[in-house]
Design a protein around this ligand. Structure first.
Ligand SMILES: Cc1cc2nc3c(=O)[nH]c(=O)nc-3n(C[C@H](O)[C@H](O)[C@H](O)COP(=O)(O)OP(=O)(O)OC[C@H]3O[C@@H](n4cnc5c(N)ncnc54)[C@H](O)[C@@H]3O)c2cc1C
Length: 298
């Protein structure tokens, strides 16, 4: 590993950094090298150096939709987070760094009386992670408000594409294919009434805290919504609420969530995912597909 080469580009580089510190599941072995990036140019230079040296590269945001293996992540992890989180408002357009948390972007929108982000305001990820996944909730999705997205890659270019070119679909986008690292985006919102916007956000957040096990570490809904069903209802219907392996358990509050009740390992979670998939398949004939991204080594 050419640690010094990467450190020249990013002096803040950390070695053997536990991923449990950077995921909302609070699970995961160490990344060989970890950089919380501070600019688009730094991301581009690191990606270029990774390509040149044959170093595996993983880009993350707030780590709220992933399960990192207990064996950790080989090569370099770049976090696009607080160092790239500036937000500015111009008329009805918000420009934000990909590292800005969706909740912060939504709060700025409310302050500027701009509507459109209410349904996604409680999703605990970054704007970049949200665009990669086309995150959505309560009938809204990021696709509905994106004007353009700026990204970079190993070739060092920084390019901007419009909404149509992002190919947004259900929990996917052109970025889901990998190799395109989102550095910022422009969102086009609709002028509204600040009080109404804040009331809608508070309502969505209350619905979340009423239904979701937010007091435990998790990565949100474990499985994608299967066509014609709800994953949580199938899991509950198979009698799996509270089922556990080691420190991982199917939430009693919402069966669609696997939670870390304390000291769960990634292998506990993977075993529980497999168990739930088998039981639901046996009982209902439905294949559950994980929504959380499995990253790194087991
Ligand atoms: C309690 C809870 C509730 C949740 N509720 C919802 C919900 O209602 N709706 C929903 O859609 N999701 C939900 N999630 C899941 C998660 O918050 C979203 O998927 C979020 O958009 C992920 O953003 P992130 O920054 O944490 O991405 P990460 O988990 O860090 O990364 C997710 C994927 O995106 C890639 N990625 C991240 N940043 C970038 C970037 N800048 N450029 C390129 N690729 C990138 C990563 O490589 C990874 O493959 C929930 C999660 C939790 C813990």
């Amino acid at each position: 590993m050419e640690i010094e080469k990467f450190r020249t580009i990013a002096p803040q580089l950390l070695v053997n950094e536990p991923m449990s510190k950077h995921t909302t599941f609070r699970i995961g072995g160490a990344a060989d090298m970890y950089v919380s990036a501070d600019s688009a140019e730094q991301v581009a230079a690191l990606a270029g150096a990774a390509k040149e040296t044959g170093t595996p590269l993983t880009v993350i945001g707030n780590g709220s939709n992933m399960l990192v293996g207990d064996g950790g992540i080989r090569g370099l992890v770049i976090e696009i987070g607080a160092g790239m989180s500036d937000i500015s408002v111009n008329g009805s357009v918000i420009t934000a760094g990909a590292g800005a948390l969706l909740s912060r972007v939504a709060a700025e929108a409310a302050k500027a009386s701009l509507s459109g982000l209410e349904p996604v305001s409680g999703i605990p990820g970054t704007l970049g992670g949200g665009l990669y996944m086309n995150a959505g909730a309560y009938g809204g999705e990021l696709k509905n408000v994106v004007r353009s997205v700026t990204y970079t890659g190993a070739d060092g270019d920084i390019k901007t594409i419009d909404n149509a070119a992002c190919c947004f679909g259900y929990r996917k986008s052109i970025f889901s294919d990998g190799g395109m690292y989102i550095v910022s985006a422009e969102l086009e919102l609709t002028p509204g009434n600040e009080e109404d916007i804040r009331a809608a956000m508070a309502d969505y957040n209350k619905r979340r805290s009423d239904k979701q096990p937010l007091s435990y570490p998790s990565a949100g809904s474990t499985f994608k919504r299967p066509e014609g069903y709800f994953a949580g209802a199938l899991i509950e219907g198979a009698g799996l609420k509270g089922a556990s392996v080691g420190g991982a358990a199917v939430s009693e509050k919402h069966a669609g969530f696997i939670i870390n009740t304390g000291g769960a390992t990634a292998s506990d979670v993977l075993e529980l995912i497999g168990y739930v998939q088998r039981k639901v398949k046996d009982k209902f004939g439905v294949e559950l597909e994980p929504e959380i991204r499995l990253i790194g080594e087991k």
